[in-house]
Write a protein that binds this ligand. Structure first.
Ligand SMILES: Cc1cc2nc3c(=O)[nH]c(=O)nc-3n(C[C@H](O)[C@H](O)[C@H](O)COP(=O)(O)OP(=O)(O)OC[C@H]3O[C@@H](n4cnc5c(N)ncnc54)[C@H](O)[C@@H]3O)c2cc1C
Ligand SMILES: NC(=O)C1=CN([C@@H]2O[C@H](COP(=O)(O)OP(=O)(O)OC[C@H]3O[C@@H](n4cnc5c(N)ncnc54)[C@H](OP(=O)(O)O)[C@@H]3O)[C@@H](O)[C@H]2O)C=CC1
Ligand SMILES: O=C(O)C(=O)Cc1c[nH]c2ccccc12
Length: 422
C-alpha cells in the first residue's frame, strides 16, 4: 500500500492506493477472503469499523452462546478447528479460533475505519472508498481517508445493524430497554419480569438464560416460527438436512424436517407456537428467517417458566398491552428483533445489491460477483459455510484478475523501458 502525498485533497483527506482488493469488514467473511488471497500472493487491505476482528462475535453476543451448527459447517477455508474443540464450539473457542486464523495468515486489518461511502469511478476504473476514523484513538477519530483500488469486496455481513422496531409507547416505558446485541447474561434481571420481543434463535436462547437466572420472561411470538430439534437420535438436524439435500428436492427435505420435528418435539401449537405455511429451509431461502434450533427453551415453555404471548399493541410506563387485549406487568424489555445489512447506507451502487443490502440473484447463483471488480462475501443466508464457499470463489476470481493486471503492468513497464532507450 502506498500513500500518495500529492493526492491529499483540499480538505486534507488522505488518499491511499491499495494494490489489490479493498475488503470492507473483518468478520469471518473478510478474514476468510484475506486468508485465501494470502495463499495466492495477492495483497489487500481490510477496513474494519471496530477495534478488533469479528466484532459481532466479540462485542455483540451473549456469554452462553455456542455455535448452533456442528463445527464442520462453521470452519473457515484452509484451517480446520483444533481437534480438541467440541462438536459445538463455545463463543470463546470460536473467537480464539478466529484470532489464531488471523495470526496464522498474518492478516492485519485497519481498525477503527468505518466505511462511509464507496463508489466506482468510471473514468479511472477504480473504486473510491471513504472511511472516517472511529473509536478512542484521538489522533485517528474523525480523520477521513480515501482508499482507492481496482477491486472492492463487501464483507460487512447480514447482521451489520440491529433492527430496533418503532414500537408504540416504548419511549414511555420506565425500565431498561436493550437490543439482544447488548445482552450478556441474565444476572441483572434476577427476579425481574422481562418481555423478550422476537422468537428467533436469539429470543429463544435469551429466554432460556433468563429462566436460568431466576427471571420471569414472556416471549412475543407475533406470527409463526419453525422450531426444530438441534439433534435427532444424536445426529445434528442441520447435518441431516444437508445430507438429504444431496438426494432429494428441497420441498421433500422440508417435509422430512417437519416429520422429525413433530416426532421429537410434538405439536407446538398447544404452546402458542404456530408453524409458518412454508417449510423451514424454503423459508430460510426466501426470507432469510432461520429456523430455531431448540436448545432447551421449549421445555421451559412447556413448564410455564417462559410465557408465550402474542404481538405487542403498545407499551405503557410499567406494562405492555398485547394485541389480544391483555396487559402484562413488566420491568424490562429485550428486543430480539433481528439484524440487517448496512450496505445501502454506504455503497453507491444499485445494479448488484438490492435495497435490502443483499446481492441480487440469491444463493446458489452468482451472488458473489458484481460488475467492475465488485464482490460480496457472506450474504448467502447459509451462515459460516456460505461465507467460506464465497471466500474461495471470490479470492480465486480476484487473483486471476490481479495476476493478469500485474502481468500487463509489467509488460507496459518493460515496453516503456525499451522505448526509452531509443
Ligand atoms: C448471535 C449469532 C449467532 C450466530 N451463530 C452462527 C452459527 O452458529 N453458525 C453459523 O454458520 N452462523 C452463525 N451466525 C451467523 C453469522 O452471520 C456468522 O456467524 C458470521 O458472523 C458472519 O460473518 P461475516 O463476516 O459475514 O459478518 P460479521 O461477523 O457481522 O462481520 C462483519 C464485520 O464488518 C464490520 N463492518 C460492518 N459495517 C462496516 C462498515 N461500514 N465499515 C467497516 N466495517 C464494517 C463489522 O464491524 C464486522 O466486524 C450467527 C449470528 C449471530 C448474530
Ligand atoms: N447459536 C447460534 O447459532 C445462534 C444463531 N443466531 C443467528 O443469528 C441470526 C439473527 O437471529 P435473531 O437475532 O434471533 O434474529 P431473527 O431475525 O432470526 O429473529 C427476529 C425475531 O424478531 C421478530 N420481530 C421482528 N420485529 C418484530 C416486531 N416489530 N414485533 C415483534 N416481533 C418482531 C421476528 O418475527 P417475524 O419472524 O414475525 O418477523 C423474529 O421472531 C439468525 O441467523 C440466527 O440463526 C442467533 C442466536 C444464536
Ligand atoms: O445462524 C445462521 O444465521 C445461519 O445462517 C446458520 C443456520 C443456522 N440454522 C440454519 C438452518 C438453515 C440454514 C442455515 C442455518
Amino acid at each position: 500500500m502506498v500513500r500518495i502525498p500529492d493526492m491529499d485533497d483540499f480538505f486534507s483527506r488522505r488518499c491511499v492506493w491499495v494494490n489489490g482488493p479493498i475488503i470492507v469488514g473483518a468478520g469471518p467473511s473478510g478474514l476468510a477472503v484475506g486468508a485465501c488471497l494470502k495463499e495466492q500472493g495477492v495483497p489487500f487491505e481490510i477496513l474494519e469499523r471496530s477495534d478488533c476482528i469479528a466484532s459481532l462475535w466479540q462485542k455483540r453476543t451473549y456469554d452462553r452462546l455456542k455455535l448452533h451448527l456442528p463445527k464442520q459447517f462453521c470452519q473457515l477455508p484452509k484451517m480446520p478447528f483444533p481437534a480438541h474443540y467440541p462438536e459445538y464450539p463455545t463463543r470463546n473457542q470460536f473467537i480464539e479460533y478466529l484470532e489464531n486464523y488471523a495470526k496464522n495468515f498474518d492478516i492485519k486489518p485497519r481498525f477503527n475505519q468505518t466505511v462511509q461511502s464507496a463508489r466506482y469511478d468510471e473514468t479511472s476504473g477504480l473504486w473510491r472508498v471513504r472511511t472516517v476514523g472511529s473509536g478512542c484513538d484521538a489522533g485517528n477519530r474523525n480523520a477521513e481517508i480515501e482508499y482507492i483500488g481496482r477491486w472492492l469486496v463487501v464483507a460487512t455481513g447480514e447482521n451489520a445493524e440491529q433492527v430496533m422496531p418503532d414500537l408504540d409507547g416504548l419511549g414511555e416505558f420506565c425500565g431498561p430497554v436493550i437490543h439482544v446485541g447488548e445482552y450478556k447474561s441474565g444476572e441483572r434481571y434476577r427476579g425481574k419480569k422481562v418481555i423478550v420481543v422476537g422468537c428467533g434463535n436469539s429470543g429463544m436462547e435469551v429466554c432460556l438464560d433468563l429462566c436460568d437466572n431466576d427471571a420471569f420472561p414472556s416471549m412475543v411470538v407475533r406470527d409463526s416460527v419453525h422450531v426444530l430439534p438441534r439433534e435427532v437420535l444424536g445426529k445434528s438436524t442441520f447435518d441431516l438436512a444437508v445430507f438429504f439435500m444431496k438426494w432429494l428436492p428441497l420441498w421433500m427435505v422440508d417435509k422430512i424436517m417437519l416429520i422429525l420435528a413433530w416426532l421429537v418435539l410434538g405439536n407446538l401449537e398447544k404452546l402458542g407456537i404456530k408453524r409458518p405455511s412454508m417449510g423451514p429451509l424454503e423459508l430460510k431461502n426466501v426470507s432469510g428467517r432461520t429456523p430455531v434450533l431448540d436448545y432447551g427453551a421449549l421445555s421451559k415453555i412447556r413448564s410455564g417458566d417462559i410465557k408465550v404471548v402474542p404481538g405487542v399493541k403498545r407499551f405503557w410506563s410499567k406494562k405492555v398491552e398485547l394485541v389480544d387485549g391483555r396487559f402484562v406487568d413488566i420491568d424490562a424489555v429485550i428486543l430480539a428483533t433481528g439484524y440487517r445489512s448496512n450496505v445501502p447506507q454506504w455503497l453507491q451502487e444499485t445494479d448488484f445489491f438490492t435495497k435490502d443490502g443483499f446481492p441480487k440473484g440469491g444463493f446458489p447463483n452468482n451472488n458473489w460477483k458484481g460488475k467492475s471488480g465488485l464482490y460480496a462475501v457472506g450474504f448467502t443466508r447459509r451462515g459460516l459455510s456460505g461465507a467460506s464457499s464465497d471466500a474461495v470463489k471470490v479470492s480465486q476470481d480476484i487473483a486471476k484478475g490481479w495476476k493478469e493486471e500485474t502481468k500487463q503492468t509489467r509488460i507496459g513497464a518493460c515496453h516503456r523501458r525499451c522505448f526509452s532507450q531509443f
